[in-house]
Ligand binder design. Sequence first.
Ligand SMILES: Nc1ncnc2c1ncn2[C@@H]1O[C@H](COP(=O)(O)OP(=O)(O)OP(=O)(O)O)[C@@H](O)[C@H]1O
Length: 298
Amino acid sequence: MKPTILLDGVSKSFGAIRAVRNVSLALAPGEIVALVGHNGAGKTTLIKLMLGLIRPTEGVVRVLGGDPSTDAEVRAAFGYLPENVAFNPALTGRETLHFYSALKRAGREQVEGLLERVGLAEAAGRRVRTYSKGMRQRLGLAQALLGRPRVLLLDEPTTGLDPALRRDFYRFLEQLRDDGATILLSSHALSELEGRADHVIIMGRGEKVADGTLDELRRLARLPTRIRIRLAEGERRDGFQGSWRAVNGRMLEIDAAPEEKVALVRAAMGAAIADLDVVPPTLDELYAHFQDRQDLDR
Ligand SMILES: Nc1ncnc2c1ncn2[C@@H]1O[C@H](COP(=O)(O)OP(=O)(O)OP(=O)(O)O)[C@@H](O)[C@H]1O
């Protein structure tokens, strides 16, 4: 499938600061991509390059086959939610979306449906000044969705949303993804991206340090999977020697290398066990692993 966004050998410097260094990547239609990295890793700079707001110092940026910094048609396909979204506090939510729909030439008829979709229909007639942070964030998302974008770039979109709104938000993104949109979201909240992002890109000091599905990153990192069992009443621990360790009384756990995992679970099933958990490395652990590896390579 043709990529929606393609970066080839892209670098961006601001004077002496090399914010992005030699990054190549491809984002496909119908995927949710998580862009993660420490503060100052280059995430926002990458997003601005994709939007065509800034031009690369070196390399090529292509979005839907065109150059986003010069091609108005390409820019019209974008929805963008900036990190710190700021609206005119004197306008109502509805007026705000009417304003942006005119700006994006998106047609006003979408506005009511979008207000409904982000849960702001009832508050649409209130001034933005009276909105909570989460409500402003949802208005920002509605703004980004005007014009049915094929590419959505969302910078820290769930900041300020409570857990229920976050869940709704991701459900909503999944629908857009299933309709074929490419969605890139930058975030520090790694645990909430687990199971939601189809593709993860890890940035470190301006460089891309990892790129793949969560499963691919797990295979590459070769971090252990934690297997934890609870023995049934009366069962003895004798069969669990070696690297098995006891935790909280009746529980035993072991860190299994990828190739030992299945054999260890099978062996554990030979005993009378009351419970079993197999916990693969989390995105937090993978993130730390790839960051450490970048430090070692320096
Ligand atoms: N306009 C600019 N002028 C000078 N330096 C800049 C500019 N924009 C970004 N930088 C620098 O480039 C580097 C990358 O910044 P960027 O905002 O892309 O990081 P980020 O990963 O989005 O960080 P955060 O998670 O804190 O938002 C930082 O060192 C930053 O200070």
